[in-house]
Write a protein that binds this ligand. Structure first.
Ligand code: THU
Length: 131
């Protein structure tokens, strides 16, 4: 399957609608391509706040749990961010960047809604590695 950037963004926007975010009220959606297959995720919060998981990691772990090994591209959207919000409101968090690095490497394509398309290496230079 070869999806365009706008198709990936559309899938991320659909995923954001499923977010469980009663605490922050901040919906986030992610959609990625892994070995040519589309996976999506939304943020899932918890009353014990630290147990919350971000949309990007839900999408990534879904792909891994389905047997996929590599992520090629991911789109992320934060539809609740105000139109004049700083770009920082729209970017993947640091923890997700490190997880994405594990399965996508520095050349992973990251499409951030309302910001643009970049490589993961731009978002996470000098990622931690053990191998
Ligand atoms: N969130 C994500 O889903 N992805 C990110 O990269 C940043 C933050 C979620 C976590 C929480 O549910 C809400 O956004 C507010 O932090």
């Amino acid at each position: 399957m070869s999806l365009t950037e706008s198709q990936l963004l559309e899938a991320a926007r659909d995923a954001a609608k499923l977010a469980y975010c009663p605490y922050s009220k901040f919906h986030v959606g992610a959609a990625l391509i892994a070995d040519g297959v589309l996976f999506s995720g939304c943020n899932v919060e918890n009353a014990s706040y630290g147990l919350t998981i971000c949309a990007e990691r839900v999408a990534t772990f879904s792909a891994l749990a389905a047997g996929k090994k590599r992520i090629e591209a991911i789109a992320v959207t934060c539809p609740d961010a105000a139109l004049d919000a700083p770009m920082d409101y729209l970017m993947p968090c640091g923890a997700c960047r490190q997880v994405l690095f594990e399965f996508g490497g520095p050349d992973l394509i990251v499409i951030v809604d309302r910001v643009g398309t970049m490589r993961l290496s731009e978002l996470l230079p000098h990622a931690f590695k053990l191998l």
